[in-house]
Design a protein around this ligand. Structure first.
Ligand SMILES: *Cc1c(COP(=O)(O)O)cnc(C)c1O
Length: 407
């Protein structure tokens, strides 16, 4: 008899986005003439940068010619891309990361989800609340969660991210083995300073734990004081892994490309307490279970690092940041407190009421769709997320409607 992985039964069904879709569909059915503006989208809306598109096409053409054809590539990614990443994203910012510490993949969701399989099944996991659900669910599947009681899993440590700590969680009193952090954060839009990240690096060193740092939104950071990578913190290469993606950076949500940085200095331990190489383990995992991102996709990703690529990508992220600034201004002018909106495409708003009640009010009274914060964890109750991934026109229109409604 084939038996299932019982841990799957512990997963909490996520109705967040299907619930939103249902309520929007019902509203549209009742109000066929009313315009709906979606401000809840976590997906980019602008097309690929021209320079990426050209490199993408050229990559395809290479496959059409016997002389330049590529079959299986290196599982870890082509050296042209790994070197460009190491140089532009890390070495240029004083982070000593080499090309062979970069593992190219088909996106950060897979990497953030898969990485936990390198750890023992009794590893203690710390996750932010509110959270990007992948960190939680993949550890539930792997049997690390314990039971779900009163809205939380009994074996996880929850890192509350609230107004009182500026959405950068405090160090836990307990010892966590694995710590997930995400800055700029989804959903809160909060960023962390070097000093704040250093506290986590020090904690990880003291407790021999590992930080899994999700930097999927680093390209929205404009404040030069803010770190884009955790490896800008001295010593972080002994206790941290970083996930990145071209999805939000370069509009690759449908193209699929990301990468994980696993420093060779990063220490983990076997059951006897002897150090093991995390880099060697991830290399083994990656080469066993993954066969490389597609060649034309890697060509397109590498084009992001050319001077034209950098300029074109900045233009697009500037556009989203312009939307974010409009959202933030409207919210602040209305007297609501919020975080994000600078250095991030998300604005996280304290609604002073129930998340879903606020969602319904906005939908029914002005046709605006936001994302209820309670769907991201218990600390999200009372909040909603507005996304800047939209057209300027829609963003302006939505904020005008919102301002009229909430004034
Ligand atoms: C969008 C996003 C990613 C990137 O996912 P991809 O699989 O690379 O598209 C990673 N982490 C967070 C928190 C995200 O919001």
């Amino acid at each position: 008899m084939i038996k299932i992985n019982e841990n799957y039964k512990k997963l909490q069904a996520s109705y967040l986005f299907s619930d939103i879709a249902k309520r929007v569909a019902a509203f549209q059915k009742e109000n066929p003439d009313k315009e709906v503006i979606k401000m809840g989208i976590g997906d980019v809306t602008l097309p690929l940068a021209d320079v990426c598109l050209k490199a993408f096409h050229k990559g395809v053409d290479d496959l059409a010619d016997k002389a330049t054809f590529k079959g299986y590539g290196p599982e870890q990614g082509y050296d042209f891309l790994r070197s460009a990443i190491a140089e532009h994203d890390f070495q240029s910012r004083g982070a000593d990361i080499s090309a062979d510490e970069v593992f190219v993949s088909d996106g950060a969701k897979c990497d953030t989800g898969n990485f936990q399989e390198l750890f023992s099944s009794d590893a203690v996991i710390a996750v932010p609340d509110p959270v990007y659900p992948v960190y939680v669910d993949t550890n539930v599947m792997a049997g690390r969660s314990g039971d779900f009681v009163n809205g939380r899993y009994s074996r996880f440590i929850y890192l509350d991210s609230t107004e009182s700590n500026n959405y950068v969680p405090d160090l836990p009193k307990e010892k966590a083995d694995v710590i997930y952090l995400c800055f700029p954060n989804n959903p809160t839009g909060a960023t962390a300073t070097k000093e704040q990240l250093k506290k986590w690096v020090d904690y990880a060193k003291e407790n021999r734990s590992l930080i899994l740092f999700d930097a999927a939104y680093e390209c929205f950071i404009r404040n030069p004081e803010l770190p884009k990578s955790i490896f800008e913190i001295p010593g972080a290469d002994e206790v941290a892994v970083e996930f990145r993606s071209f999805s939000k950076t370069a509009g690759f949500t449908g193209v699929r490309c990301g990468f994980t940085v696993v420093p060779k200095k990063c220490k983990v331990y076997d059951a006897d307490g002897n150090p093991a190489s995390l880099h060697a383990m991830w290399n083994r995992r990656h080469t066993t279970k993954f066969n490389g991102a597609s060649y034309p996709v890697q060509c397109a990703a590498a084009a992001c690092y050319t001077p034209e690529g950098q300029a074109q990508i900045k233009e697009k992220t500037d556009y989203y940041l312009g939307n974010a600034a409009l959202i933030k201004k409207a919210i602040v002018d209305l007297g609501y407190s919020c975080t994000g909106g600078d250095n991030s495409p998300y604005v996280w708003v304290n609604t002073k009421t129930d998340s879903w009640a606020f969602f319904d009010r906005l939908l029914h009274e002005c046709g605006i769709v936001c994302t209820p914060g309670s769907g991201f964890g218990s600390c999200g109750q009372g909040y909603v997320r507005f996304s800047a991934f939209n057209s300027r026109e829609n963003t302006q229109k939505a904020m005008e409607k919102l301002s009229k409604l909430l004034k």
